[in-house]
Design a protein around this ligand. Structure first.
Ligand SMILES: [Zn+2]
Ligand SMILES: [Zn+2]
Length: 236
């Protein structure tokens, strides 16, 4: 079956995520847009995934717990997990391995943790944007140890992407999937970087605002709609 997805979304927990990106607003907007499955991928944390998964369950939308990791090279990579427990373990692991400077909410934005009723239940003090000490070379295998999958985010962008930083996707990184921000660049990039021909390509919105979430357009063919099935597919 075809399932429409958006596997890169930020909530109000990302400093750059709009305060309207609450768990319920995100899942309801996803439903309106016709999506079957979304992933919540805040910068270097998975602490709003529980609320988003619960809010999604209420309306019959699959929410995959995830994170957008900042590697030691300042490369962004999407991490997805089959269960909340695995995502939280990974989130704790990353939390111990990232640069901690106090967030200036008036400059970068607040970092709010919510429950499944969109009530504030906490705020992360240390700015979530700076890099971790996990390198792009080890990201895939490290996330795999935690039961998830990791792939480079928005590889066609000029900043925080594997191609803008390294110029190449080294096959030793082990990535099986790559994310494009702009699907129309797929064939051009595949010509420049043949390694992409052996990888799954996904396109997601990377929305930080409700109005930047996109209509259902990109789909995956899966036997069943589950986090396990989706991750297995992207990792094959
Ligand atoms: Zn990014
Ligand atoms: Zn992002």
């Amino acid at each position: 079956m075809k399932y429409f997805y958006d596997l890169h979304l930020h909530s109000c927990l990302s400093p750059c995520g709009d305060m309207d990106m609450t768990p319920n607003n995100i899942v309801n907007m996803a439903k309106i847009l016709g999506l079957d499955v979304i992933a919540l991928t805040d910068h270097n944390t998975s602490l709003n995934c529980k609320a988003a998964m619960e809010a999604g369950k209420e309306i019959g939308l699959l929410v995959i717990p995830g994170m957008e990791l900042t590697t030691s090279e300042d490369i962004h990579a999407v991490c997805l997990f089959p269960t909340l427990e695995k995502a939280i373990s990974w989130s704790e692991y990353v939390d111990e391995r990232r640069i901690k400077i106090k967030n200036k909410a008036e400059i970068y934005g607040r970092q709010v943790i919510m429950n499944n009723s969109d009530e504030e239940i906490g705020e992360i003090e240390a700015l979530l944007l700076p890099s971790s000490n996990i390198s792009i070379m080890e990201a895939y295998s490290k996330v795999k140890e935690f039961g998830g999958i990791c792939y480079p985010a928005h590889i066609d962008r000029d900043s925080y992407s594997i191609l803008s930083v390294l110029g190449e996707i080294d096959e030793y990184c082990g990535f099986r999937t790559a994310e494009l921000a702009d699907k129309s660049k797929e064939s051009e990039l595949k010509e420049l970087h043949p390694v992409l021909n052996n990888m799954k390509i996904v396109t997601s919105s990377d929305a930080h605002y409700l109005e930047n979430m996109k209509e259902a357009e990109n789909f995956l063919e899966l036997d069943e709609l589950s986090a396990e099935a989706l991750i297995k597919y992207l990792d094959s």
